[in-house]
Every structure is written in structure tokens, then in C-alpha cells.
Design a protein around this ligand. Sequence first.
Ligand code: PEP
Ligand code: MG
Length: 748
Amino acid sequence: MPADHLPRRLLARLRELMARGAAPLADVAALVAREMVAEVASVYVCRPGDILELAATFGLNPGAVGRTRLRVGEGIVGLCAAAAEVMNLPDAQNHPGFAYRPETGEEPYTSMLAVPVRRAGRTLGVLSVQNRAPRRYADDEVEELETVAMLLAELLAGSGAEAGSPDGIGGAVPRLLSGLSLSPGLVLGSVVMAGGFRLRGRLLADDPDAELARLEAASQRMQRQLDELFDGRIPDDAIEATASRDVLEAYRLVAADAGWLRRAAEVIQSGLSAEAAVQRVAGELHDRMRRITDPYLRERLADVEDLAGRLLAELAGSEGPPLLPGAILVARRLGPAELLDWHSRGIAGVVIEEASPAGHAAILARALGLPAIGGLRGALAAAASGEEAILDADQGTLVLRPDTEMREIYGRAIATRAALAAGQAGQRTRACVTADGTRVRLMLNLGLPLELEQLTHTGADGVGLFRTEIAMLARGVIPDVAEQATFYARVLDAAGDRPVVFRTLDLGGDKLMPGTEAPEEANPAMGWRSLRVGLDRPAVLRRQLRALLLGAGGRPLSVMFPMVATVAEFRAARALLEAEARRMRPAPDRLCVGTMLEVPALLWQLGPLLEEADFISIGSNDLMQFLFAADRGSPALAGRYDLISPPVFDLLEQVRAAAAAARGGQGVPVSLCGEAAGRPLEAMVLAGLGVTTLSMPAFGLPTVKALLSGVDLPALREVLATLRRTADGAASLREPILAWARERGLDA
Ligand code: PEP
Ligand code: MG
């Protein structure tokens, strides 16, 4: 670059060009070549089918325009698009990815700089420059070309080229996308797109001071707005909850962090408007985020992206997205403030392309009772604003442009559910009793303070599983003893007379604490996790046990240990708890110490185990995965092995019989606390097999209660016995049991 070259000159020229109306791509290419002292400048645009087409060039053979096409991933340009990364190559032709296209006439050009043209997380094309002499382009040249690429993205989006990007809008054909359920529920509504903020007004500006002042004012307005949003717009009992409050506090800190605003200010100095600078910084962060695996850092960067969107809306003086009651929001990522904002605008469900169940958006969605799915790629590209969609957040699917039949089916399911919910509201205070008079205890699986109110909403008999690690994962820290004790005391306060079973920390596997070092393991679910860590490094476990005893403050306390594989492990864990209990004043009124049954080896240790454990809770999520050697997180295996099957029936019968006979016939209580307990047919079968304490997610409780109240357990037991005798190797007994229930008018 010549010494007298000013980075802002290119942008100034570009502004002149754009001021004359829509800037033809060829003029942009010519300008870039001239200003960057390059012999070639070319614009490639994404076309449907993962194709990059040469749309304009200065320096290559003009006849190649519209003819030269590369697949995404093919050639330097294709690699740049596929990885969404800058390619800065002194000797492009000897790069292993180089693809020779004779019609371009590019043989003489040795060096090449290619930058992706990206907008809202999608690659719309590639902008490249080439030179004869071998050279590595300087950092400020790369930055300059990236700035032009950002402006180009707006031009392409404005010209409608965006719809032609990979996996573009697919017309009126229905389309089903599958992901993960983050928060259950069914919604039939129209799509509204988040993150589709289009830059309006100026992209370039010649008075950087004025732009800086606008940025500063908009940032202050945004801060005030956030204070209002967090302090007033969600119910007190929700904001009070520690985990969510911490998520929001962290967000507020990011909002006040000057780092990313400073970067925006730097970009303004190069000649961009405040809007364009914020967009540029958000794009950079998004690209960085794609390369970060630490979930906590990803969340923090997502917060910045979210904030950038808010700041853009502020700068544009816009009121933000329109009010669309009942709409299904489709977003790439969603920060906590944005989710709260959309929730208050009346959306009925949300689809987040990049979200995991442990992420902040998922935590808040569950707390708000907002159906949500995540982890499905391509939703933003496949959906269009205003079109109809069905969000089945129970199954983790999104149906775009459903046909009449699908709409009717889901419409009926939604209406039935609403009627059921209305009917069930009156049943809340009624205990769950089957048609033959058997009392079934329905408990909740909880983990977040926000969820405590579900005890009242569902009329549950207690908390059968309090996953203590969940709130800590949400906060990203393991709090000290005093703070933990306050939290556990609140859980007991909320439960009142109802029992609560606290499970000690079950970290590891897919539940990783940010910042903690986890060993590299090929099978983390079967690795050094959960109680294994607790026993090998007991300091954290002992602190937790002390906090539980403190929190109980003399009240009865039930504690259970996860992932127990041997009686010796249970014994060691119980000994730690009892040692803490001996020192505690006041001591708990009653201390119940139980084990989860998740590891099949315990089935062959039931005799001694039942002498020492005060209760057993079957963790069917993990037990099923270890029993069938089927990863519980693998979508490919979902539904392949059935709890309603002969081997599981035998297993449950064995546990029930051993527990009933234990301690000289006095018996040891057995419950089941996996997700299966919340599915009506499974719950019915479990009750039929004698497991009459079931702990489940809150959304399952009303339907389980409704079904069980109509079931005659002795009649069911007979059917189950016959089916077991005649199963003859059947992999599942679901169909005949379902048929039996339906014949009796039971809605299973
Ligand atoms: C289980 O494994 O069934 C269980 C309840 O524990 P988690 O789902 O937390 O692993
Ligand atoms: Mg488990």
C-alpha cells in the first residue's frame, strides 16, 4: 500500500458511488482494485445449491462473469466461503485448495486476498483481490477489504440476493427441521425472524466525532432501557431467582464493558457510520464465537451480539421488532435480554439455531414457560417472516409451511391440551389416586429456584429429584457454603411440608462447569464424573453436604448420591454425610440417605445396598443408556430402545421385589425419577409394575395425573403379566399396552 494511502479514502469513494444510487458490483470491484492497488478485484455471490458465482470483476476476463462457478469449499474462494475466514495467500496457485478456471485468465496473478461477505451469520459471497507479485497483504489492507465486504453484504441483502444464499427460502413446500427440546409445548403460529436487522440509512459517514457522539448516546439509552427491562418487566418471583438474576447481571456487566464499544469507536474512525461500526464488531464477534468451544465464553460473546442488535435498534431510533402475539420467533442466537423482550412482545414459542439446553436462553425459556427448541441448523435460512409454522417443542421439531392436514392435527392437539389444562386446573389440589384407589405420589424434578413455584402450580407431592448442579451450571460457579445453604433453605421453605430429595453434584459428562479442567475422555458419560469426582476430591462434596445440613436448619433432610456403581461408593459417600451431620448444630430432625440406581452393576448388589440405603431412586435416563449401551444424547438412537419392554419390566420387578422384602420385610422405598416418569403411558406402566412414586418434569405431571386417575391397576397388572409371559423376544410392548388403554377410553 503506498504511504499516502488513507484507509478512509476507499470508503469515501464508495460513499460517492453509492450516493449516485445503487452501486453496480462492477463499479465496486473497479474501485476496490484501484484503491487497494490490486490488479484484480472480484465479487462472487452465493447462489442456491451451495454455488459461488463470479458476479463482477475488474481485471479477470469479463466473459467469465456469470460463467465461473465454484462449489462452496472448492478453490480459494470456495474455502473462504465455507470456513467464513479470510484467506491471505502470497502464492495462491500453489495452495492445495486452488482450483484452476481457464476462462478467468487468472494465471498471471500469484497473490490473493479473499474475505467472506457475511451478514447475520450467513455467507452471501466472497470479495477478493489479486496481484501479480507474491505478497502477503498487510493487516490494515485485510481490515479495509473486510469493511468493504460488510458494505457489500448490505448491498447484496438490499438487492434480494440474500434469498439466493445457500438453502434459500424454499417456496410453499412444507419442511420439517429437527432439533432439541429446550422447553416443552406446542405452538401453531406465524414466523417472526430475529437478527434480521437490516442497516438503514447511512453506512458511511464523514464526521467521525458526530458518529461517536451518536454511539455514546445510543449506548446510554440502551443501558437505561436494560435497567428498566430487568428491574420491572419480569415478575418479581422470577427475577428473584438466583440463577436467572445472575444470568441477567452478567449480561448487564457485558453491556457496561467498554471493550467492544471501544472497538466500534475505532471502526468509526475509519469512516463508517455508528450503525455500520456496531454491525461490523458484531460480525467479528460472531465469527470469533464460532471458534470458541468453552460454553461460558460463548454465552458471554452471545450477550455482546445480542447487545449489538439492541444498540443498532437504538441508533435507528426504531421501536424494535413488531408486536406479534402468538408468533414463533426464529433466531440464530438469543441473549437473555432479547428473549425477555420478545416474550413481553407476546411471542408464543422460540426456535434458536445455536442453543443448548444448558444455555441461558434455554434456562430462561423454561422459567418463562415458553416452548423452545434449539440445536437445529438452517432454520433461519429455511424460514421466512410471516409464513405459518408449527413448533412442537415436546419433540424438538419445527414444521415450516405445514399443509392443511398437519395444521388440523396440531390444531386439535393444541385444543385438547388447552381443554385438559383447564380441566386439570381444578384437579391441582386433588391427590393422585388410581381408579382402584391406589395412591400414586407424583413429585417434581427441579433444579432452578425459578421452578419452585411449579410445586404450587402442579400440586405435586414434593420434589423427588432436586438437581443441585443445575443452578450452579447456570451461574457458572460453585457458590460457597453459606450461599449454597441459603439456596437449599429456600428450596425447603418453598416445599413446606412436602418432602424434597436433594441430589448431590452430578457434574461431568455433558454438565461441565466453565473453567474447570475436565480430563480428555473418549466416553465422558462413563468417565470421571459425578460421585466419582466427589469421592476422589471430597472437598467440594463435603462443602455441599455441610451446606445441605445448614440449609435444613434442623428440619428433616433427604440426600441422594448419583452414579453410584458399588455399595462401597455408597458407603463412603454416606460416611462423609454422617461425619458432617455429627458436627452440625442443629442436627437434622431426620436424615434419609439414598442412592440413585443408574448403573446396572447395582442390580447385583441389591442385598447389601438395601441394608444401607434408606431409599432408591431409579434414574431411568442414565440406567437406560447404560443398560442398552445407547448414548442418551444421540438423536440417531432416540426411540430405538423402549422402557416399555420385557428386559426393563424384569429389572423393575427385581428391584421392587428386593426393596419390598428388604430389612426383614419392612421394605425400602423405591421411586423413579427419569424423564420417562412424566410420559403418561410410561407412568401408567410403572405404576402397574408397583413403582408408585414418580418424579418428573413439571409439564408432565397434569397429564400423568389425569391418566392415572382413570386406570384400574389390578386389571393393568393382569395385562402386563400376560404380555410378559407371551412377549417372545419382543423389543417393545408399547403397542399392545397402548391399545389396551385406548379400548378403555384412556388418553395415554
Ligand atoms: C437419570 O439419569 O435418570 C436422572 C434423573 O439424572 P440426570 O437426568 O440428571 O442424569
Ligand atoms: Mg443421571
